[in-house]
Design a binder for this molecule. Structure first.
Ligand code: ATP
Length: 293
């Protein structure tokens, strides 16, 4: 649970709000409501934003270290606080400060993670006693990835991403993440996917077996994301990063979410670090992380 990563001191909560990667991502079909049914294995990784939440007498305030992020209800963290107070029936308030480390619009669910952190922090600060399931129900109103971000760890996500089944923890490894400086519209990628004709769908069951047996090379060899073909055709740099990671000794490499972040699973920290250093010449957003469970 993300609440395990929140420290409370008086009326203040300090939360670590982690990024996620998709070990697998399959798009099954489009629903009548416009959403897509998906099947994905999600993993929390150790790259995090810091989210500070102070209890106040009323109103919601928000500041971040990135000038281009909205500081109103368009910020998912702000919307989370509003939904929380509505669900709790409390006339409360809070001041939220977010220090972003997770690149924005990168396929890492950074915004959803911030919303999850705020929901859990307010639940603790206001002693509301919402269960994990109740928090997930509130979170789903904010976005399909928010319930997963509330739970964190290794999960199979189905439906629009909200039907969550826990999996054994991903085996320990070093995960290198590289985000090229391009902007991806998730909606545009979904539009280009014809879920009836997807070549090479992930083998989600084999990935679950690889995770259960703690077999890192098998996990790496089953990484798969049906969105990567679409994103790579528009942005060949994504494929280039994957290929370079594999040349650098990654056991496997794949794109997360709709991209553009690419991650590679390395057998040890030293090889991840060597690859990190070779990418750091070219890109600003390069991180060595590990699974968080
Ligand atoms: P996903 O993987 O769920 O598609 P993402 O990692 O691609 O998400 P985010 O970093 O969550 O994308 O940001 C997507 C959009 O949400 C951005 O355009 C940004 O302006 C907006 N946004 C709103 N609140 C936040 C927040 N707290 N942090 C980051 N982005 C936010």
């Amino acid at each position: 649970m993300i609440s395990d990563h929140i420290i409370i001191t008086g009326g203040r909560a300090l939360a670590r709000s982690f990024a996620k990667i998709n070990l697998t991502l399959d798009v099954l079909n489009k629903r009548e409501d416009g959403y897509h049914n998906v099947e994905m294995i999600m993993q929390t990784v150790s790259l995090f934003d810091l989210v500070l939440v102070d209890k106040t007498g009323g109103g919601i305030g928000i500041t971040t270290n990135l000038r281009f992020l909205p500081c109103n209800e368009k910020n998912l963290a702000y919307a989370a606080a509003r939904e929380f107070f509505k669900a709790a029936g409390i006339d409360g308030g809070c001041k939220i400060m977010i220090h972003k480390n997770i690149p924005v619009a990168a396929g890492l669910a950074g915004g959803s993670g911030n919303a999850a952190a705020v929901l859990c922090a307010l639940n603790m600060l206001y002693n509301t006693g919402f269960s994990a399931q109740q928090l997930c129900d509130i979170g789903l109103k904010l976005g399909a990835d928010v319930p997963y971000c509330i739970l964190g760890g290794t999960y199979l996500a189905e439906g629009i991403g909200e039907k969550l089944s826990p999996l054994p923890p991903m085996p320990k490894c070093s995960i290198l993440m590289v985000k090229p400086p391009i902007n991806i519209s998730t909606a545009a990628i979904y539009e280009k996917i014809d879920s009836e004709y997807i070549p090479g769908r992930p083998d989600t069951e084999s990935m679950q077996r690889a995770i259960a047996s703690g077999d890192t090379p098998a996990v790496a060899s089953h990484l798969s994301n049906v969105m990567s073909t679409v994103t790579e055709s528009m942005h060949p740099i994504v494929r280039g990063i994957k290929e370079k990671m594999l040349k650098n000794g990654a056991l496997g490499a794949e794109m997360s979410g709709s991209g553009p972040t690419v991650f590679g699973i390395f057998p040890d920290y030293a090889s991840a670090k060597r690859s990190h250093d070779s990418f750091a010449y070219q890109f600003k957003d390069v991180y060595i992380t590990a699974p968080v469970n």
